[in-house]
Design a protein around this ligand. Structure first.
Ligand SMILES: *[C@@H]1O[C@H](CO)[C@@H](O)[C@H](O)[C@H]1NC(C)=O
Ligand SMILES: *[C@@H]1O[C@H](CO)[C@@H](O)[C@H](O)[C@H]1NC(C)=O
Ligand SMILES: *[C@@H]1O[C@H](CO)[C@@H](O)[C@H](O)[C@H]1NC(C)=O
Ligand SMILES: *[C@@H]1O[C@H](CO)[C@@H](O)[C@H](O)[C@H]1NC(C)=O
Ligand SMILES: *[C@@H]1O[C@H](CO)[C@@H](O)[C@H](O)[C@H]1NC(C)=O
Length: 460
């Protein structure tokens, strides 16, 4: 609307000047001159009036533009405040993130907070972008208008205020650029936050997985902790004897650690048979171990569990005191014939000198080589003579420690002789013997003594 007005102005000016020149050149013709001058004055009046109107219109428009620019400035101030709030928000978020890293335990909670803040931020940014878009549109319109005004540059010298429009345009352009930068920065922040969110989530997942794994592991540890000191796996607490190991599924003979009630754990050799597990307490097979030992050695045990050994009275007592036990005595001669005898028994503790009581009198002659006195027979060694011979120390006369009653029934802890045994009787009587099997002076080739709960017999 302004452009046609400006054009009209130009045309009017040209028209008025064009009509006045020929009149001035003809200034000598006085009569005509006056009439023309009056007419020109009217023209000038009309022209001046038009110019005044035009000026007023332009002024109004500039005022309006100024008002719009002021609006925009106010909006941008608001925008500035929002941006600084956003900055603060981001700062808070970063602080939150730091605290988050430091406190992995409260991670989940903090993450929720961060997510919340991040959601807020995203919403604010969206709003901001929308506002900015609106402003941008308004500014574009304004720019168009200002551009329109600028086209009337020919009048610039007449009205210096048109240059103000250009200043405003520059200002708008600068402001526009700043807003673009800010939006770009916000976008970058947003991206950073998104990345951080992803990282937080990854960390959280890792922590969760670790927690799950460690709780799983803890459960496993609970199960294997006590079994770990055992050589073979056993599901829970340590077995109290070899038969318990057998019941837990152990089928191969060998070394195991057991722990009878009220006892420290110790190693034993388990003889696993189809019926059950036997805890071996004595073995002779090659004479590699000296069985002529004193009380303390017989109490604690000696030898090698994989070869010849005496498990020890205290250990035998601790295993067998737990219930009804049977003692299996097994021996072989030099023709490799094997004989074995089972006795239900009870072995007393140290306070009774580990006296052995055979609980059930069994019919056979074979069994009678072990005293079946109902009161029990205490253990004797060279240095602790508890036998029933007043005038004789059986352990000293013979060799090793044993439940001697008189000196002549049996001694599986005697001296080991490889055949042919010494000819002299006083030497030969020190040997390993079982009177009611191969006789008093027959040195046995191998012996094994082992114990197991009485229930094992019901299975065979
Ligand atoms: C916006 O803030 C910046 C500094 O934070 C300042 O330089 C600028 O003048 C402000 N703009 C407006 C329109 O308030
Ligand atoms: C998330 O923020 C909103 C306000 O922005 C608040 O009402 C809500 O309680 C917050 N949620 C959490 C879990 O902090
Ligand atoms: C420009 O506008 C201002 C007011 O905004 C006025 O005071 C000044 O006289 C104007 N200049 C001209 C050359 O019209
Ligand atoms: C492991 O042994 C300890 C004592 O040695 C006991 O308190 C705990 O209950 C045992 N754990 C299992 C799983 O048997
Ligand atoms: C145990 O043996 C010692 C030494 O041989 C003896 O003095 C004590 O009376 C015995 N105790 C019992 C209960 O037989």
């Amino acid at each position: 609307m302004k452009v046609p007005l400006a054009n009209l102005l130009c045309i009017t000016v040209l028209a008025s000047s064009g009509s006045s020149f020929p009149l001035e050149r003809r200034g000598a013709a006085a009569g005509k001159e006056k009439r023309v001058q009056y007419a020109a004055w009217d023209d000038v009046n009309v022209l001046a009036h038009g110019l005044l109107q035009l000026g007023q219109g332009l002024k109004e428009h500039v005022d309006k533009t100024k008002g719009q620019v002021r609006d925009i400035t106010i909006k941008m101030k608001v925008f500035n405040v929002t941006v600084s709030e956003l900055g603060k928000l981001t700062q808070r978020l970063q602080e939150d993130s730091m605290a988050l890293k430091a406190k992995a335990q409260s991670l989940e909670e903090s993450e929720r907070l961060v997510l919340n803040v991040s959601t807020d931020l995203r919403e604010k940014t969206k709003e901001l972008l929308k506002d900015r878009q609106k402003d941008h549109e308004r500014m574009n319109k304004l720019e168009e208008k200002v551009d329109g005004l600028m086209q009337g540059e020919g009048l610039e010298s007449a009205n210096g205020n048109y240059s103000d429009a250009r200043v405003i345009q520059w200002m708008l352009e600068a402001q526009n650029k700043r807003i673009d930068d800010l939006v770009e920065r916000i976008k970058q922040q947003q991206e950073k936050m998104d990345k951080q969110n992803v990282r937080i989530r990854t960390l959280q997942n890792q922590i969760q997985m670790k927690n799950e794994r460690s709780s799983l592991k803890r459960k496993e540890d609970d199960v294997h902790l006590n079994a770990s000191s055992e050589q073979r796996d056993s599901p829970v607490a340590m077995a109290s004897d070899c038969h318990e190991l057998f019941l837990r599924g152990e089928t191969s003979s060998g070394l195991y650690t057991i722990q009878p009630t009220d006892s420290q754990p110790f190693e034993v050799f388990c003889e696993m048979t189809p019926e059950g597990g036997w805890t071996v307490i004595q073995r002779r097979q090659d004479g590699s171990v000296d069985f002529d030992q004193l009380w303390q050695a017989y109490q604690a045990g000696f030898g090698s569990l994989n070869g010849e050994f005496w498990l020890g009275l205290e250990k035998i007592h601790s295993v067998s005191k737990g219930g009804n036990y049977i003692l299996k005595v097994q021996f072989s001669d030099w023709r490799d014939e094997i004989q074995s005898i089972n006795y239900p028994f009870h072995l007393n503790g140290e306070e009774s000198n580990y006296s052995l009581r055979i609980l059930e009198r069994r019919a056979g002659n074979l069994e009678s080589s072990l005293s079946t006195e109902t009161s029990g027979v205490p253990f004797s060694t060279r240095d602790k003579d508890n036998d029933q011979k007043n005038d004789l120390n059986c352990a000293k006369q013979l060799s090793g420690g044993w439940w001697f009653s008189n000196c002549g029934r049996s001694n599986l802890n005697g001296r080991y002789f490889v055949t042919p045994a010494p000819k002299q009787r006083h030497q030969r009587k020190q040997g390993v013997f079982w009177k009611t099997w191969r006789g008093r002076y027959y040195p046995l080739k191998t012996t094994t003594m082992m114990i197991a709960p009485a229930e094992i017999e019901n299975k065979s």
